[in-house]
Design a protein around this ligand. Structure first.
Ligand SMILES: [Zn+2]
Length: 516
């Protein structure tokens, strides 16, 4: 038995499929997981009408009603939290773009770019993410991960960035050429054909992703855990607007494809029961009003702006509706001057710094990491309805996303509230959890159900309250805490957090005067 176990490990780097088969034979009773992300799906947009399959799934299984993203409420940040069970303060992916002098000398590191991520991890000696990721934790216990994403190329890598060294499967619809292992990628594409052209709404990509799962990942790879990432409704929110006809079409197609997965599951025998977890990584708001030119405004105010910050450059800016400002030498006097100036601007929302001088503290939002910006900035947002009757709007510092389109990254409750529902023999039936939970909790919950010890550094918790036959009976007490910061003039920022024992979940951040 010992020799066979060693053999399984030895071949796992080269012969993924065989390894999976051995895994299966050795662990008949162990549950398997499909973790399906509907990128950016707002829980308030899931109804019997918009997404009947998902709606029914949540009713029959268990739904987490108070599920939360981490801040910044951006995709790659939350993906890193999904696969580490940690806030950015521990995993180090502090924004979709950030400075790291080793990973990307002299310029902002763009986590959406597959090549930059790969190169950054190499330059950092494999330490792009500070803590072990899901693929590594599973591999230590001879369990396999497969990931497939129709999101950004960088996001596809972020879910499984150690796939090359672990010998696990990672496929990016945007970058089949950067997908691995090569023989599996070729084999899958021979079965499915080439990836169709990318469009918005990304309907065909949802179908291709589902075909890949049903016709290749499940029957051929049969991984212990699969992360399947749907790029909708994120794409259609961003570029067509929340609630627009194209967006509703995308919700409908995403739901139909999910329905195909449920039908397939229904037709399977129960020997190795599949547990399905559905979630979203964050919400989204409607871009409204004029686009702010933060760089231009800073320059008008007398600050020099460029990339990177340093000699002759006071500040580098990586802000859409939220983001960060990196200040020359992290000079506290200069940081103070910029913070004070920001707080006098009509579009300024919550401001967070390392020391919390006249601002909220990065630590309060789980963002105090050496790579974090000197100043985290969220532009103002509101609760107004867009033209399709969908609540929540924000200002924007970029022209990339159109006015009327969607954006996320900040601390509005509608950005932080995310979808989470699970169904399977491991989970409770026909129930709802009103306890706070978050994207950081998915990893420890899965590890627990797979009988894999949850490492001590993991910040999320096992969601005992959604597990069937859980041995944990005590219900942790929820406590609402509001952090406050008094800044320049009458500027006052607040950050509402729910504490649950040693765990915390971000509810919302806002400034008191004017727009929320
Ligand atoms: Zn996202």
């Amino acid at each position: 038995m010992q020799a066979r176990f060693g053999f399984a490990i030895l071949i796992s780097k080269q012969h993924l499929r065989l390894n999976c088969i051995l895994n299966l034979n050795m662990k008949q009773a162990r549950p398997r997981f499909l973790i399906l992300c509907f990128d950016a799906l707002r829980p308030d947009m899931v109804s019997k009408e918009t997404m009947p399959n998902l709606h029914r799934f949540a009713r029959e299984g268990v739904r987490c009603k108070r599920h939360r993203a981490v801040f910044p409420s951006e995709t790659r940040v939350n993906q890193a939290s999904l696969v580490t069970g940690c806030y950015p303060q521990k995993h180090g992916i502090v924004g979709n773009k950030f400075f790291d002098p080793v990973a990307s000398p002299g310029k902002l590191f763009n986590t959406g770019d597959e090549n930059q991520l790969m190169e950054g991890d190499r330059r950092l000696g494999g330490k792009l993410v500070d803590v072990p990721v899901l693929g590594e934790l599973l591999a230590e216990h001879d369990l396999s991960l497969a990931t497939l994403s129709s999101g950004t190329p960088g996001g596809a890598r972020m879910l499984n960035h150690k796939a090359e060294s672990l010998g696990t499967f990672r496929f990016a619809l945007h970058r089949p050429d950067a997908s691995v292992p090569r023989n599996a990628v070729v084999e899958m594409q021979e079965k499915l054909g080439p990836v169709p052209e990318h469009q918005i709404p990304s309907l065909e990509w949802l179908t291709y992703s589902t075909n890949a799962y049903l016709n290749y990942i499940e029957p051929v790879l049969r991984p212990d855990v699969c992360i399947l990432w749907f790029c909708e409704p994120d794409n259609s929110y961003h570029f067509r607007g929340l609630g627009s006809p194209e967006n509703l079409q995308a919700l409908s197609r995403a739901d139909q494809e999910f329905g195909r997965i449920l039908d397939w599951q229904h037709s399977q025998n129960e020997e190795s029961p599949l547990q399905i977890i559905t979630f979203s990584d964050h919400g989204q708001l409607t871009v409204c009003g004029e686009t702010i030119n933060l760089q231009g405004c800073l320059q008008e105010a007398g600050f020099t702006v460029g990339e990177p910050p340093g000699k002759d450059v006071d500040a580098a800016v990586a802000v859409d509706s939220a983001g960060g400002i990196y200040v020359r030498d992290s000079d506290p006097v200069l940081i103070g001057r910029i913070v004070e100036w920001l707080q006098q601007q009509p579009w300024c929302g919550p401001v967070l710094t390392r020391n919390g001088e006249k601002s909220l503290k990065l630590e309060m939002a789980g963002l105090d990491h050496p790579r974090a910006p000197d100043i985290a900035l969220v532009l103002k947002s509101n609760d107004l309805e867009n033209q399709y009757g969908i609540r929540g709007g924000c200002m924007n510092n970029s022209t990339f996303y159109p006015v009327g389109g969607g954006l996320h990254g900040g601390l509005n409750a509608l950005e932080l509230q995310s979808w989470m529902a699970a169904r399977g023999s491991c989970f409770q039936n026909e129930s709802q959890s009103k306890l706070s939970s978050g994207i950081v909790d998915i990893l420890p919950t899965i590890l627990h159900l797979l009988d894999v010890p949850v490492p001590e550094h993991v910040q999320g918790r096992v969601l005992h309250e959604i597990i069937s036959e859980s041995s944990e009976c005590s219900t942790p007490e929820m406590k609402r805490v509001t952090h406050e910061a008094q800044g320049a003039g009458d500027y006052q920022a607040k950050l509402e957090v729910t504490e649950l024992g040693e765990h915390f979940y971000l509810e919302q951040g806002w400034v008191e005067e004017g727009l929320k």
